[in-house]
Write a protein that binds this ligand. Structure first.
Ligand code: DGL
Length: 269
């Protein structure tokens, strides 16, 4: 059975890459809702409706397990989907919790009460919609006490990446890091809370400085998905991947190939 990987656009490919490297025999279907990207400026209802439609599309493609490789969808839609919509024979997982478990030094399924952790000053970079939900702070408060989170809504970055304008994306990241540092001059850790941002990881690292540890969501999600699949071993296959988009397949394939530096061919969803 293939695992579905969903993002509004190309950002989820950073997750797919890490997951494929970790799980060589697993089949994947990737869906980019390019026609409706970016999600980060939409309302929670809108994000919910679009995420449900995309997840259904992946269920229809034969995926019983779908990973929302999109922080905006995970923050704004996942809990509501799990409570009201996901059929009992399907699973939908998000990308937030593995990251927070790593930050709070927990293993999967550790539901013990919140406790003090090593990192106390955390910078969160995410889309405006993700920041507005405060989902990161909520999930963190279930697991840790005394962590000060400063969130920076990084308007414009996803649009610039989807348009292939990396000069603009680079300039925007630097100005968002400056804005964050005015509010929190010495963060100990930074979370790249949008799956598009690893495409600009070097810019974040340079602008933040060597003393800030940057958490890599892709590797953490890959580990956590590997963990899940080992506990549900019926889901392996031949290591294939299919790429679907609601946008223009030619344009999306060209951008994806540019970002991941390997040939990727999308077809119409
Ligand atoms: N890459 C997605 C995320 O992780 C969504 C970006 C967007 O569509 O605004 O938040």
């Amino acid at each position: 059975m293939a695992v579905g990987i969903f993002d509004s656009g190309l950002g989820g490919l950073t997750i797919l890459d890490a997951v494929q490297a970790r799980l060589a025999d697993q089949d994947f279907v990737y869906l980019a809702d390019s026609a409706n990207a970016p999600y980060g400026v939409r309302t929670p209802d809108d994000i919910y409706d679009l995420t449900v439609a995309a997840t259904q599309r992946l269920f229809n493609a034969g995926c019983d397990l779908v990973v929302l490789a999109c922080n905006t969808a995970s923050a704004a839609a996942l809990r509501r989907m799990q409570e009201n919509w996901v059929p009992s024979d399907k699973r939908v997982l998000g990308v937030f919790v593995p990251l927070i478990e790593a930050l709070t030094e927990r293993h999967w399924g550790d539901n013990s009460p919140p406790r003090q952790v090593a990192v106390n000053h955390v910078a969160l970079f995410a889309t405006p919609a993700t920041v507005a939900t405060r989902a990161f702070q909520r999930e963190l408060s279930f697991r840790a006490i005394g962590v000060d989170v400063e969130a920076q809504a990084c308007g414009g970055v996803v649009d610039a990446i989807e348009d292939g304008d990396m000069i603009l994306a680079d300039a925007l990241v630097r100005s968002h890091v400056d804005a964050l540092k005015r509010k929190m001059p010495h963060p100990q850790a930074a979370i790249l809370g949008c799956t598009h941002y690893p495409l600009l990881k070097d810019t974040f690292l340079e602008a933040l400085g060597a003393e800030v540890s940057v958490f890599s969501q892709a590797d953490l999600v890959a580990e956590s998905l590997a963990d899940y699949l080992i506990r549900h071993p019926d889901k392996t296959g031949g290591g294939t991947a299919a790429f679907l988009t609601t946008g223009d397949p030619k344009r999306v394939s060209a951008r994806a190939t540019q970002f991941l530096r390997r040939g990727i061919t999308f077809t119409a969803a």
